[in-house]
Design a protein around this ligand. Structure first.
Ligand code: AMP
Ligand code: GLY
Length: 426
């Protein structure tokens, strides 16, 4: 069969790598892909947001299955467009993708489905938000722009003054553009974060082992938030009992509520959770694989991913045999460009990739890379996701960092403490 992966990050390299291992796949394209996806299939020069051209490409090349990595094309309706042309595509419809595309929609759905989440209020204009803040007691609060803002539209505030400033940034300065037309304000939760991802066809749910992402830029969780500087899987923060409870009290009611709202969900449902002393709460939903969570998860998956993706698209996940996992944990360390998450140079040559690739139980997933005259060069902020398996988290971590040491590019840096928190949960 012929498969097309849409996107150009580390997540899409991991998807392409895993899909290329299926003996059912004859041809694999990645649009637009990166310097690493070229090793797994053929890159196609079409941006992930260009739905008409992606549709044309899939029609002309008789693509049997399209797999969408990022949220933006999902929120823009790529699944509906392909569906109308009778092309099979993995991911939620536009209306179901609103779960990630609108925080107001998500919070209201959680409330209706009785899913545990932080107490919240929504606002359609700055004045009502400001009045609300001035009238209530001065406690830590989180201010969120409603729409997609590349993970940056959430401002965690210590007090009223900071919250008023956040409202101004979102509604006055319009830092996140249209995404800030509505606001959510919610109580600030304290605890540890976990990512629980599930694949669902709207009826059957396959919950994947829980992961932990490391969003802050610097060691010890300091510095600005990023797209994720590393992740590991599984995490002992979420025990088997908790995972079962999350399925029952979070994932199942959410999927049912979506169905009742005539937005049946197919694809990856990703719950961002805060594990608090009072129990777990949903911080947000994403409607796609996490990046970098996807890298350690797929490194551990032994089953054929194409079977899973197809069964989801066809609504027969109930017929699939249980997923097989490598019992060994996996750790993914992101190597970033100098300056990330701010501005950074591009086109910097990367050395040592072949050396790292030879190491046991290591896979170097590319994210912000491109090829230029046969050389791999940097082409983004998060450049590589070095992922390793090991008999324990510590061994996997050691192996990942050994591979990091083999790779060199000017200005390269990474967090040194990816997965260290795992040790405090056991
Ligand atoms: P979100 O995109 O909603 O997951 O928010 C991004 C990040 O902001 C989360 O990963 C948390 O670190 C933080 N955050 C969001 N909501 C809250 C909350 N209610 N309390 C504390 N931190 C939060
Ligand atoms: N790792 C966070 C995300 O994919 O949104």
């Amino acid at each position: 069969m012929k498969v097309l992966v849409v996107g150009n990050g580390g997540r899409e390299h991991a998807l392409a790598w895993k899909i290329s291992q299926s003996n059912r796949v004859d041809r694999l394209w990645i649009a637009p892909g990166n310097g690493g996806t070229e090793e797994e299939g053929e890159n196609v020069d079409i941006a992930s947001g260009d739905i008409p051209r992606l549709l044309d490409f899939a029609r002309q090349n008789q693509v049997d299955l399209t797999v969408v990595g990022p949220e933006a094309p999902l929120a823009a309706g790529i699944v509906d467009a392909f569906g109308e042309s009778k092309l099979r595509i993995f991911g939620p419809s536009k209306t179901a993708a609103e779960l990630e595309g609108s925080k107001v929609f998500c919070k209201n759905l959680l409330r209706h489905a009785d899913v545990p989440t932080a107490d919240f209020h929504t606002f359609g204009d700055a004045n009502s938000a400001i009045t609300f803040l001035k009238e209530r007691e001065d406690i830590p609060i989180v201010v969120k722009a409603d729409g997609l803002a590349a993970g940056k539209g959430v401002i965690v505030c210590e007090n009223r003054e900071q919250a008023l400033e956040a409202v101004e940034r979102i509604t006055g300065a319009k830092e996140f553009g249209e995404a800030g037309n509505q606001l959510v304000m919610e109580e600030r939760l304290e605890g540890h974060e976990a990512s629980v991802l599930a694949i669902t066809d709207g009826r059957t749910i396959l919950t994947l082992p829980a992961c932990q992402d490391h969003k802050p830029a610097y060691d010890g969780d300091l510095g600005p938030n990023t797209g994720g500087m590393g992740a590991y899987c599984p995490t002992a923060l979420v025990t088997d009992d908790m995972l079962e409870k999350i399925e029952e009290t979070v994932l199942v009611p959410t999927i049912h509520q979506l169905k009742r709202s005539r937005r049946p969900f197919r694809g990856v449902l990703y719950a961002g959770l805060m594990i608090t002393p009072q129990g777990m709460r949903v911080l947000e939903y994403n409607v796609r694989f996490g990046d970098p969570e996807c890298q350690p998860v797929l490194m551990r998956l032994k089953s054929d991913l194409v079977d899973v993706l197809e069964a989801t698209v066809d609504g027969r996940l109930d017929e699939l045999s249980p997923l097989q996992w490598d019992p060994r944990p996996a750790v993914c360390v992101v190597m970033a460009s100098e300056g990330y998450p701010g501005s950074y140079p591009q086109g910097v040559p990367i050395r040592g990739l072949a050396e790292a690739a030879k190491m046991d139980d290591v896979k170097v997933f590319h994210a912000g890379t491109a090829t230029s005259n046969g050389d791999v060069v940097t082409n983004g902020g998060r450049v590589l996701g070095i992922t390793a398996l090991g008999r324990s988290i510590s061994v996997a971590k050691l192996q990942a960092y050994s591979a990091v040491k083999a790779i060199r590019f000017s200005g390269a840096w990474c967090r040194k403490d990816i997965s260290d928190r795992a040790l405090s949960y056991v």
